[in-house]
Ligand binder design. Structure first.
Ligand code: OFO
Length: 175
């Protein structure tokens, strides 16, 4: 299909489509990063945290597909992203938890930026679609922050890591 046909089919503006496709790539990267974190946790015997991050990885893939489907429904061309530069070595569980929170904050900023752009170019349909992500990010940041609190409150010494690991997965089973 040539580009001119696609342009006739969609009301999505090029700049919005580009940002949505960039967000697809960000969600895919996030999904792979969480899977990498899960792998590291399992290798340390931290199975609760491994399960937590594997589940989180699946959720990021769902976020990616939701964007993919939105673009498709709007008549645009969604792009399957290359996923590269996934971090594989970590200093410890706390390092992973901090990185997970930083990743979620970066995603929130990205959605704010896209929403802002949608309002500027008067694409209210996409802006409304993005509300779901803004709500979701509030929850995801809160959960990532809670993981760090749990780590610091229990403390990793004297078997604490074992308890932390058990508490972290409980956050996902409550959902
Ligand atoms: Fe955790 O973020 Fe996707 O959207």
């Amino acid at each position: 299909m040539n580009t001119s046909v696609i342009r006739l089919k969609t009301s999505l503006q090029d700049s919005v489509l580009e940002l949505l496709n960039e967000q697809i790539a960000m969600e895919a990267h996030s999904s792979s990063t969480y899977l990498s974190m899960a792998g590291w946790c399992y290798a340390q015997g931290l199975n609760g945290s491994g399960d937590y991050f594997k589940k989180q990885s699946g959720e990021e893939r769902e976020h990616m597909l939701k964007l993919f489907d939105f673009i498709t429904d709007a008549g645009g061309l969604p792009v399957s992203p290359d996923v590269t530069k996934i971090e594989r070595s970590f200093e410890g569980l706390r390092d992973i938890l901090v990185k997970a929170l930083e990743q979620e904050i970066a995603i929130t900023h990205s959605f704010n930026r896209i929403s802002d752009h949608c309002h500027k170019v008067k694409d209210y349909q996409t802006a409304r679609f993005l509300h779901w992500y803004l709500d979701e990010q509030l929850e995801e940041e809160q959960q990532a922050r809670r993981c760090i609190e749990i780590y610091d409150l229990i403390g990793a010494e004297e078997g604490g890591l074992y308890r932390i690991d058990k508490e972290i997965i409980k956050l996902k089973t409550k959902e």
